[in-house]
Design a protein around this ligand. Structure first.
Ligand SMILES: NC(=O)c1ccc[n+]([C@@H]2O[C@H](COP(=O)([O-])OP(=O)(O)OC[C@H]3O[C@@H](n4cnc5c(N)ncnc54)[C@H](OP(=O)(O)O)[C@@H]3O)[C@@H](O)[C@H]2O)c1
Length: 294
């Protein structure tokens, strides 16, 4: 099967390329310099020429705080870009697997969010991602929206790499302890998407609609940092654990408000056999990969 991948140089894009190397699928990947999804004409012509069997959209505007000042840019990629891909896919009669975010929710829930729960983004990034989800659902008959959260990997910029860098620069760190979510390894997310591609190839069908995929155990950013430091010390990525102080979101103001609780309920994908992300275990694998790149 020919898979067209957008955003091939992002965390998910790179992990998806990795998992596809051991699959039988033919992957046609594009970076933003080769395919800018916000350019309608370009998207329509590139997709028509590539003639894929399915589109995987890993491209997104992901700068949560900058989005507050760059609303136009965020919507150009996260709404118009998705609309363009949806229209191109619909012309060919092929499905789109699109990735979205836990930040479409307001965070006031006390139990994990189901895919059908009401959305209410707190910031421009979440709102632009939600607008993209809606465009996709309006245009495509066959689509999957995969909402994920707190993505980390050995690639690009993410919380794990930031914590390791800071731990090597400072003796003490303060990290927010009143926001809860589920860390997700981009490699597992990529594997989950590949499983969906396999299922589509085998059956011509998928459980179309919106699903959630994230790590198995909720934690706070503070809890996540504590786990990262313990494991990073074990593998020698940091010399010693910094003193870690739990602070509130109010003590660490950011331009974009984040949900206090964005734990996602992921049973719909588990029911169709998609392997869950055991984030504690894969964090160790990810850190070992970082050791090798040192
Ligand atoms: N990171 C997280 O914690 C997180 C959490 C929840 C959901 N998600 C979602 O998960 C997905 C993957 O995220 P990620 O962490 O892999 O993001 P990422 O590392 O920031 O990668 C995003 C990629 O999209 C590309 N891109 C940006 N604008 C584009 C455009 N106009 N046309 C084509 N490509 C464009 C970027 O290329 P350039 O670098 O060249 O701009 C980058 O390679 C996204 O849908 C994101 O919203 C992420």
């Amino acid at each position: 099967m020919r898979i067209l991948l957008t955003g091939k140089n992002g965390q998910l894009g790179r992990c998806f390329q990795d998992v596809c190397t051991s699959s039988k699928h033919e992957l046609i990947g594009y970076g933003s310099d080769e395919l800018d999804i916000s350019q309608t004409g370009q998207v329509l012509s590139v997709v028509a020429e590539a003639k894929p069997d399915i589109i995987v959209n890993a491209a997104a505007y992901t700068a949560v705080d900058k989005a507050e000042d760059e609303s136009d840019k965020a919507y150009a990629v996260n709404e118009l870009g998705v609309k363009n891909l949806a229209q191109a896919a619909q012309r060919l009669g092929i499905p789109v697997i699109h990735v979205s975010t836990d930040y479409v929710f307001d965070g006031y829930s006390v139990e994990p969010y189901k895919p059908s729960d009401p959305t209410a983004p707190q910031g421009v990034y979440g709102a632009s991602k939600l607008a993209g989800e809606k465009r996709l659902a309006q245009i495509c008959t066959q689509y999957i929206v995969l909402r994920t959260a707190w993505v980390f990997s050995e690639y690009g910029n993410n919380f794990v790499k930031t914590m390791i860098r800071l731990a090597n620069q400072r003796d003490s760190l303060s990290v927010v302890a009143d926001q809860y979510g589920c860390p997700t390894y981009a490699g597992d997310l990529a594997q989950a998407i590949l499983q969906l591609c396999d299922q589509y190839q085998q059956t011509g069908e998928l459980a179309w609609g919106t699903h959630h995929y994230c790590g198995d155990l909720p934690t706070s950013w503070h809890g996540f940092a504590r786990t990262i430091f313990a494991k990073a010390e074990q593998v020698g990525l940091i010399q010693s654990k910094p003193q870690l102080t739990a602070i509130s979101s109010a003590q660490y103001p950011t331009p974009a408000k984040r949900p206090e609780y964005s734990v996602l309920e992921c049973s719909s994908l588990e029911e169709i056999g998609v392997t869950p992300c055991l984030w504690h275990e894969v964090l160790s694998d990810c850190l070992n990969k970082l050791v090798k790149t040192q």
